[in-house]
Each structure stands twice: as C-alpha cells, then as structure tokens.
Design a protein around this ligand. Structure first.
Ligand SMILES: Cc1cc2nc3c(=O)[nH]c(=O)nc-3n(C[C@H](O)[C@H](O)[C@H](O)COP(=O)(O)OP(=O)(O)OC[C@H]3O[C@@H](n4cnc5c(N)ncnc54)[C@H](O)[C@@H]3O)c2cc1C
Length: 330
C-alpha cells in the first residue's frame, strides 16, 4: 500500500524536541482521521504509573492509520516504539524519543465455531478474550484472565500463568514491519516464533503484531468454564498485590528456584527505594506505593539483582521491558 502525502516536517529533531517540551501540540496524520500528538505523558498508559512523555504518539484505529504512522515516522527518521497495555514496561523518567505507537484501539475479535479458533487484533485485552471464550463454553484461555496485557504484548512476551502460556494455544500471528509495511503482512506460525519461557523472537524485533489466532476447545458447559476462569482469577487476587501499580513479576524465574523465593529468602520483602517497594504479598513484584519514579524502580531492580547475586550466585534476569534511557548502575 502506498500513501501519497507530504508529511509535516520535524527534521530538526533536537531543536524541535526542546520546543515541544514547552508546547505540546497535535498534527494531522494526512489521509487519516488520526492525530499525531507531541509530548504525551506515558505514565497513565502503563501499569506502573511512572515514566516521562512520548516525543510523538499515535493510537491508530485501523491498519491503514497504522501504516500511515509507519510512513510518517520513516519520513522523519524517527525511531518507533510499540506500546500495548503497558503492563510489562518500565518507561524512563526522560520519556521515549521518536514515535510511540499504541495498539489500544486496534480491537476486533472473531470466534470461528467450525475450527474452534479465535482471531483477535493486537489491542484486544487478553483477559477480555478469556472471558468471552468462557462465556461461549470454549476452554483453553482460563489461565489468561488475570493478565492485564493485550493480545499483541502477550504474543511477544509469551505470557503465561497457572502452568499454561500463549505458546500452548497460538496457531499463528500476523506481523507488519515498519520498514516494509507497504509490502503487506506476514503470517508467522508457532514454530517461527522461537518460544520458550516468557520469550519469543519478537522481543526486540521491530515488527508489530497486528493479530493472533488461538486454538481453543469449544463445546463445554459455559457455566463450568466461567467457574474455572473465576477460580484462576481469585487465586491470583489472593496471592498477588493487585491493589497497587506494578508490572507483575519483575524477574524471570531461574531454573533452580522461583525468583520470589530467592528475593524473600534474601530478606528483601518490604525493602523500599523512594516510592518503589518489594511487595509484601509477592516478593517478585515491585509496587509503586505512591510517587515512585522510574529511576526508583530501576534502582530497586538493580539492588535486588545485586543482593541475590551476592547471597545465591544467581543472576535474576528481568522479565519487565525497559523503554527509554536509564543510567547504568554500578
Ligand atoms: C498485575 C499484573 C499481573 C501480571 N501477571 C502476569 C502473568 O501472570 N503472566 C505474564 O506472563 N505476565 C503477567 N504480567 C505482565 C504483562 O501483563 C504481560 O507481559 C503482558 O502480556 C504484556 O502485554 P502488554 O500489552 O501490556 O504489553 P506491553 O507491556 O505494552 O509491551 C510489552 C512488550 O511488547 C511490545 N509490544 C506490545 N505490543 C506489541 C505489538 N502489538 N507488537 C509488537 N510488540 C508489541 C512492547 O514494545 C514491549 O517490548 C502482569 C502484569 C501486571 C501489571
């Protein structure tokens, strides 16, 4: 697809960045109904509720708008950052340079009763999909009900819970490259994605997940699937701190032990830096107790890694993704 228009010029990036900090503005993305906004605060768009602004931001409502956004960013030589529900992210206090594209309005779902497959767009909340499946009596997504991410973010992260994960149900996903977007969409099958525990080849990859197809098991009694879904949700609410902003589990579980156990045994439950605290209820959660900055959370992540390394000689690898610049710590 080729879009013909002259994008507004923001070529002098450093000067424009300073100017935009003073005066946020919005410009039309030509050929679409979409606005490109500058200096958009991202804290409210992440589950940690921290982080600075996006230099430029769009939330396309269609794939055509998305492609136009790619074209605009390319024409301005701007880096592109993809944002789902922001539930596994730590955004720098300095914000994110370039164009941030949110998938929040890319929502469409199709249940195919013949195949038992459901296809959902990138921005569809995975928990909502789990409820919709349960209400139809389709099994296979009960475990996803407590995950506050989107379909796109969950495919990238291989999100999982209760011993199940996206890799168990994914049939295929459709991706779009920001550099090659006019050349159409690409389907990736399960085997293309290099899935392992909370990992896929799409992490750190510029391609955007536009939709995904999952194989479920229709034909069960909806009341039973709803009850199982509800049980999974309650179990999580009883063991995890859902009342304060967080990103869920901060670290991947190493092979030998659960990260939460290692952190708790190191005596770090309740440890606090600024407004960031190791949760009392679940030691692999860092919660924002109010007024935390991204730097507080970053410093606490580093402190936990250092302490656990000293006590157990185990390096805890973050599951949370870092966006923007952070000062390396000693
Ligand atoms: C309270 C709480 C509980 C949680 N529990 C769990 C849990 O049980 N299991 C679990 O696995 N996770 C859990 N999480 C973490 C998080 O919800 C998942 O990782 C989720 O899948 C992230 O989806 P997202 O849409 O929020 O992605 P984001 O956080 O917005 O993004 C995550 C990464 O994916 C990229 N990305 C996002 N959308 C796309 C797209 N469409 N195409 C390409 N790249 C994209 C982003 O650039 C980023 O690198 C929890 C988080 C919270 C806050």
């Amino acid at each position: 697809m080729t879009l013909s228009y002259n994008p507004p010029s923001v070529i002098n990036a450093s000067t424009s960045r300073q100017a935009e900090q003073v005066k946020p503005r919005a410009i039309d993305l030509p050929g679409t109904d979409c606005l490109i906004k500058s200096q958009v605060p991202l804290a409210g768009l992440t589950s940690y509720r921290v982080g600075g602004p996006a230099e430029w931001y769009i939330a396309p409502r269609s794939l055509e708008d998305l492609q136009a956004g790619f074209e605009w960013a390319n024409s301005q030589n701007l880096p592109i950052t993809l944002l789902g529900a922001g539930s596994n992210l730590l955004v720098s206090d300095n914000g994110i340079p370039g164009l941030v594209i949110s998938t929040r309005y890319l929502r469409q779902t199709k249940f195919d009763a013949e195949t038992g497959q459901v296809t959902a767009s990138a921005g569809e909340p995975i928990a909502r999909l789990a409820w919709q499946a349960a209400e139809r009596g389709w099994q296979g997504m009960e475990w996803a009900v407590g995950i506050p991410g989107t379909v796109g973010g969950s495919v990238v992260m291989n999100a999982g819970a209760h011993k199940f994960c996206i890799a168990d149900i994914l049939v295929k996903t459709q991706v779009l490259s920001p550099k090659n977007f006019s050349n159409s969409f690409e389907d990736l099958s399960l085997n293309d994605l290099g899935y392992s525990y909370r990992t896929s080849i799409l992490q750190g990859d510029p391609r955007l997940v536009t939709q995904a197809t999952f194989q479920l098991r229709p034909g069960a009694d909806p009341a039973e699937v709803i009850a199982a879904t509800q049980r999974d949700l309650e179990q999580r609410r009883n063991t995890q701190p859902y009342n304060l902003p967080s990103c869920g589990s901060v670290f991947r579980n190493p092979k030998s032990h659960h990260a939460a156990w290692l952190i708790e045994q190191t005596g770090l439950k309740g440890y606090q830096i600024g407004g960031a605290q190791v949760a009392q209820r679940h030691a692999n959660f860092i919660v924002n107790c109010g007024g935390a900055t991204a730097n507080d959370i970053f410093a606490l992540i580093h402190y936990i890694q250092k302490q656990v390394q000293e006590h157990w000689s185990i390096y805890l690898k973050p599951e949370v993704r870092f966006l923007g610049e952070f000062q390396p710590m000693k």
